[in-house]
Structures are given as structure tokens and as C-alpha cells.
Design a binder for this molecule. Structure first.
Ligand code: 1CP
Length: 342
């Protein structure tokens, strides 16, 4: 099948679809036994720099579930590592930064990302495009706020205290940091598009910590620059968690598709985001830990409410939880294909 005719790309573009497309955030590399097997003894950042492993892990959920899109196996901190930031991904913790960035001198650690800095990304995407055939590949990057939080806090954070302290207290430094990260994010996304990714997702996972007025002042100009910098024929998805109050302003940031977590029903989300957008979401990932009948009921409700949106890409409201039974995801994929639009 022609890629442009794929249900996923058509839904992103708000065109009629043969069926509601579905993929899952963090579908690659979490709960799958075949993933745990190939990752045995291989540190996360090593896996992210090994094209054969990237290709294999990216393909695993496509083979097993028959999802409508693949997501490139990598991590949001990979481009930061590539420009020399001293960081590691610690098992069970997440990204940890050796020297957190907290002043103007710290910005020197963030040199621009050059097209040649991620050769393994380019190589893996080129191989994947051949292997995937008619299934689109989603490239991704972390958004400046979420990347900034790891860099400022030095690791995962519940409240993003130091991040917000810089945002409120040192706006010049904040905008300088966001500006540098925006350049890096744009370069990271363009490398993936140039290699053959057919859509991109910007993960601003932790931006729900910020109120709409502050989003507008401190974050929106940078997000806009990212989406404006991607060629318009490549669908752009914008995702964050806890963004119920931000959906209106996220609708202004320039993406084609806005991701919705499980806290706001899709019909209400469509109203908040405004016209001219497709929506992605929004099953609570924890529901997959309940019996199938519960999953089925909720998924059918989401499909029904999703009809209010101009386009609907079925997904979870956040990533697959590591304890999820893969059989639940397989059944869910089949259910969406059978009972969605089309
Ligand atoms: O489908 C996929 O799994 C694709 C690969 C992928 C993606 C899209 C990984 C692999 N990471 C990401 C994005 C990512 N990384 C995000 C945005 C998505 C989201 O919100 O879930 C974020 C916030 C990160 C940062 C990160 N990396 C965390 C979260 C820590 C925290 O602050 O709570 C963690 C645990 C990682 C490590 C990581 N990334 C990916 C994997 C498979 C792992 C686990 C690696 C391991 O420990 O072995």
C-alpha cells in the first residue's frame, strides 16, 4: 500500500479513513518478552546507538499487534548525549544528568546538533522504511520544557521545582535555554524526517505542570518555532500529560494532531482544542491492567466520543505500563480496527 494512503497518515490529515488507526505510546521496548530478550545486558543508550537493535525493537510491536504506525526506538535524551552532555539512562530511574544546567555558563554544554551527529539514527530509519513497507514510521523528540526539566533538575522530578524557579525567576536565562533546546529539537526532528520518518511527535510529557498563561509566555513561542520548522507535508503530533487546561493553547502551537491524556473525554477535548485539528488518545494505560471487559467498554466509549474530532488516532493517554499483558494490547488493536470509523 502507498504510505500516503495509510489510515494513520490520513487520520492525521483529517481525511476519511478505512478504519480508525491505532498505535501505542511506548509500544516499543517495555513489556514485550522479545524486547527484554534482545536488551539483555545491553545498556539503554548503547541500544539506542545500535542500528540493528533499533530496527528489531521498532519492528517488534508492529509484528505482534498489527498497529498502524511504528515509533522509532530511541529516547528523548539521545540528541543531548550526542552533543556531549554527560548523562545516562539509569534502569528503573530514567535520564540522569551529571552536571545540571542552572546558570548562563551551563548553556555552553548545549552546542547545536549537526546532521552528522546521529549516524545510527539515520542508518536505522533508512533500514526501517524499507522493512516497514506501507506502515508509517513516527520520529520523535522531547519538547524544550520536558528536556529542560531533566537538564535543570538533573533527573526525573515530581514537581519540576528548579525548572519553574528558573522560568519564573530568570526569564532571560530561561528563554536562552529554551532557544538552544529548540534548535536542537528541530535539528533532531529534521534528521529523522530526512532519513524517512513520515510523521513526528513532540513529547512535552511534563508540561502539564504549567498554567496556560505561563505556557503562552514561556513555552509557546518555542513550540511554534519547532512546528513551523518542519515541512508541512509531514504530520506533526503534540503530546503532553495533564494538559486538560492547556488544550486550547496547545491547539495554537501549530501541530496537526493534539494528544489527549485520559483526564478529558475526546468530545470535550475537541471543543477545547478548536477546529482544524485531529486528536490522538486517550485510554488510561492503567485500564489495560483490568479485565478485558472493562477495557472493551472504555475503548468503545472512546471511539464513540472520538467521532466528534475531525480525525482520530486511537492511542493510550500516556505510555504502555511495563506490567501490561501484551495480549490485552493485541485484543485492543483488533477491537479498534473492527469498531472504529470506516
Ligand atoms: O515506544 C517506545 O518505547 C519508543 C521509545 C521511547 C520513547 C518514545 C523510549 C524508550 N523513550 C521515549 C520517550 C521518552 N523518554 C519520554 C516521552 C514519553 C513519555 O512521556 O513516556 C520521556 C519523558 C522519556 C524519559 C525517560 N527515559 C524516562 C522517564 C523518566 C521519568 O522522568 O519518569 C525513562 C524511564 C526513560 C528510559 C527509557 N526510554 C525508553 C525505554 C525503553 C526506557 C527504559 C530503559 C531501561 O531502563 O532499560
Amino acid at each position: 500500500m502507498n504510505l500516503a494512503d495509510s489510515a494513520f497518515l490520513r487520520a492525521c490529515r483529517r481525511q476519511p479513513v478505512p478504519h480508525t488507526p491505532v498505535w501505542y505510546m511506548r509500544q516499543a521496548g517495555r513489556s514485550l518478552p522479545e524486547y527484554l530478550k534482545v536488551r539483555e545486558g545491553v545498556p539503554m543508550l548503547t541500544a539506542c546507538a545500535t542500528p540493528e537493535l533499533i530496527v528489531e525493537i521498532t519492528m517488534q510491536p508492529v509484528r505482534r499487534y498489527g498497529v498502524d504506525a511504528a515509533i522509532f526506538f530511541s529516547d528523548i535524551v539521545v540528541p543531548l548525549k550526542a552533543i556531549g552532555v554527560d548523562l545516562d539512562i539509569k534502569p528503573g530511574v530514567g535520564p540522569v544528568v551529571a552536571q545540571p544546567i542552572r546558570d548562563a555558563a551551563g548553556l555552553d554544554a548545549l552546542r547545536p546538533l549537526e546532521p552528522g551527529d546521529l549516524p545510527y539514527v539515520t542508518e536505522a530509519i533508512q533500514a526501517l522504511v524499507g522493512e516497514l513497507g506501507g506502515t508509517p514510521l513516527i520520529g520523535f523528540a522531547g519538547a524544550p520544557f520536558t528536556l529542560g526539566s531533566y537538564l535543570i533538575e538533573g533527573g526525573p522530578s515530581k514537581n519540576h521545582d528548579r525548572t519553574k524557579a528558573m522560568m519564573y525567576g530568570e526569564p532571560e536565562l530561561w528563554h536562552a535555554l529554551m532557544g538552544r533546546l529548540t534548535d536542537i529539537v528541530l535539528a533532531h526532528l529534521r534528521i529523522q524526517v530526512a532519513a524517512g520518518a513520515s510523521a513526528i511527535q513532540l513529547f512535552d510529557s511534563w508540561v502539564g505542570a504549567v498554567a496556560p498563561a505561563e505556557y503562552r509566555e514561556f513555552i509557546l513561542p518555542h513550540t511554534r518555532r519547532i512546528f513551523e520548522g518542519i515541512q508541512p507535508d509531514v504530520p506533526r503530533i503534540h503530546f503532553g500529560v495533564g494538559t486538560g487546561e492547556l488544550l486550547g493553547v496547545l491547539g495554537e502551537a501549530g501541530a496537526d494532531v493534539v494528544g489527549v491524556d485520559w483526564r478529558v473525554p475526546l468530545d470535550e477535548a475537541a471543543r477545547r482544542v478548536g477546529p482544524g485539528k485531529a486528536l490522538q488518545g486517550n485510554l488510561d494505560p492503567a485500564i489495560l491492567l483490568a479485565p478485558w471487559e472493562v477495557v472493551e467498554r472504555k475503548a468503545l466509549e472512546i471511539l464513540r466520543r472520538g467521532e466528534s474530532a475531525e480525525g482520530h488516532v486511537f492511542n493510550l493517554g500516556h505510555g504502555v505500563l511495563p506490567s501490561t499483558d501484551p495480549d490485552q494490547l493485541k485484543r485492543l488493536t483488533d477491537l479498534v480496527h473492527e469498531h472504529g470509523r470506516g
